[in-house]
Design a protein around this ligand. Structure first.
Ligand SMILES: Cc1ncc(COP(=O)(O)O)c(C=O)c1O
Length: 435
């Protein structure tokens, strides 16, 4: 790319003021030149030179609870890992790895075709059956996708057409928003978890639109709180709308048997589309939508990112099938229990001292305010021994940046105590202790 097209004064401005820049500043450009692309590259290089680029740091092994990170500038830091959503530690369970290896031995590396054409293997059917059995409703099936992101993209855009309506929680994950955009339907947002606002919109939209889909999450990925699924389902029934619940952070974990927040709130049977991502508690990659068999058949054909893309690879498919078996047995129950205890313990160390997400979930959010603090803060956290997942504008509203942490069943109390001490020292240094 031709960096010399860039105005040198702009580069100088970034160099002199790098600490005031945030990554969203490079998202816009109305002109034909490639200024934002070149300048962003300069910005990342400057941050690397200043030893402040904490993103994309490479790990040398599995997502264990403590690990070494190699930063892009070559520095290595040792951290407690609260930045990976491997909630039950399944990504490195020996039986899961063995199942993945066996599947590669039998089916080879890739599926080499769309699932609708010739990319469906027997092992895909076994995974589908295992999921249907795990969630337990006989009239349901699953449609497999190669990313959790694609599940929302594909399922929403298959179900909703121009002339239909999608009503989403304002805190919805990007994949839900993009799925709705792709569908061509009209999009409306209700205030986060505000059921009165949802009802107001349903009253208005259900009269005007032939098909209305409400999209919510089991545990909100950016806020760490629970969706009010019971009320969403009640309102959907009252106004004749359909529901999609994204259980990315709660499938296998929430509810007594791991069937998610839908199980916890007693609405599993009432939800039209239940979205799960294999990247979280499943410890793999990919995802699925669990829905009535007729709808699954339709999605299989009309979710374009599934139809026009290669099927899930055998290794992950074999690994995920083993994960369902483990999650449905005593190990799953034991790890779910430990995860909840760990989340409770970790929250108790932070409670009242920083602005913490509500509830008891394993997605633990600490608000720190302006995104201009992100660079220094994340550098400090990593250097003092903690890796977290920072979220900032535009993923969340401006000046509402957050440290997001994923507690797992595998963390020890000592690791969680160490992590909490680091958060509290950062809060004192970067001015986000609760006053
Ligand atoms: C709520 C939610 N939905 C969907 C996704 C996308 O899942 P994946 O990373 O498996 O593509 C995520 C990812 O973080 C998420 O948090």
């Amino acid at each position: 790319m031709a960096v010399n097209t860039l105005d040198e004064s702009l580069v100088k401005h970034v160099k002199d003021n790098y600490a005031d820049y945030t990554y969203d500043m490079f998202m816009m450009n109305m002109s034909a030149d490639l200024e934002e692309i070149e300048l962003f590259s300069e910005y990342v290089d400057i941050l690397n030179d200043k030893k402040l680029y904490t993103f994309e740091a490479a790990r040398s092994g599995t997502q264990t609870t403590e690990t070494d990170l190699s930063r892009a500038n070559g520095e290595v830091v040792h951290v407690v890992n609260l930045s990976s959503y491997n909630y039950l530690g399944f990504s490195y369970h020996p039986d899961v790895i063995k199942a993945a290896q066996d599947a590669v031995g039998k089916y080879g590396l890739g599926a080499s075709s769309s699932p609708i054409i010739s990319g469906t293997y027997l092992i895909h059917k076994q995974l589908e059956e295992a999921l249907v059995k795990f969630f337990g409703l006989p009239d349901r099936g699953v449609s497999l996708f190669t990313a959790g992101y694609s599940v929302n993209l594909g399922a929403i855009s298959a179900f909703i057409k121009p002339g239909h309506q999608v009503i989403m929680d304002a805190a919805s994950h990007m994949s839900i928003v993009e799925g709705a955009k792709l569908s061509g339907g009209e999009m409306t947002f209700f205030r986060h978890n505000d059921m009165a606002h949802l009802e107001e919109l349903l009253k208005e939209k259900c009269d005007d639109f032939t098909r209305v889909l409400i999209c919510v999450e089991g545990i909100y990925s950016g806020d760490g709180d629970y969706g009010n699924l019971k009320e969403v389902v009640r309102l959907a029934k009252k106004y004749g709308a359909f529901t999609l619940v994204d259980e990315a952070h709660s499938a296998l974990v929430a509810g007594e048997h791991g069937k998610g927040v839908c199980e916890q709130q007693g609405v599993l049977e009432d939800v039209d589309m239940y979205v799960m991502t294999f990247s979280k508690a499943f410890g793999g990659v990919g995802g699925a939508v669990y829905a009535k068999k007729e709808l699954v058949k339709y999605i299989n054909w009309y979710a374009k990112c599934r139809m026009f893309s290669c099927a899930l690879d055998p290794a992950v498919t074999g690994g995920m099938t083993k994960v369902i078996e483990l999650a449905g047995g005593p190990l799953g129950a034991e790890r779910r229990k430990r995860l909840k205890e760990n989340a409770k313990y970790y929250r108790s160390l932070l409670e009242g001292k920083v602005k913490l997400s509500e509830g008891d979930a394993w997605v633990v959010i600490v608000h720190f305010g302006a995104e201009s603090k992100t660079l220094g803060l994340n550098d400090y956290l990593q250097r003092t021994g903690l890796d977290t997942s920072i979220i900032q504008f535009p993923a969340v509203p401006r000046n509402e940046a957050r440290i997001r942490m994923f507690v797992t069943s595998e963390h020890t109390q000592e690791q969680l105590k160490r992590a909490a001490d680091i958060i509290l020292s950062a809060a004192a240094k970067f001015d986000f202790l609760k006053k």
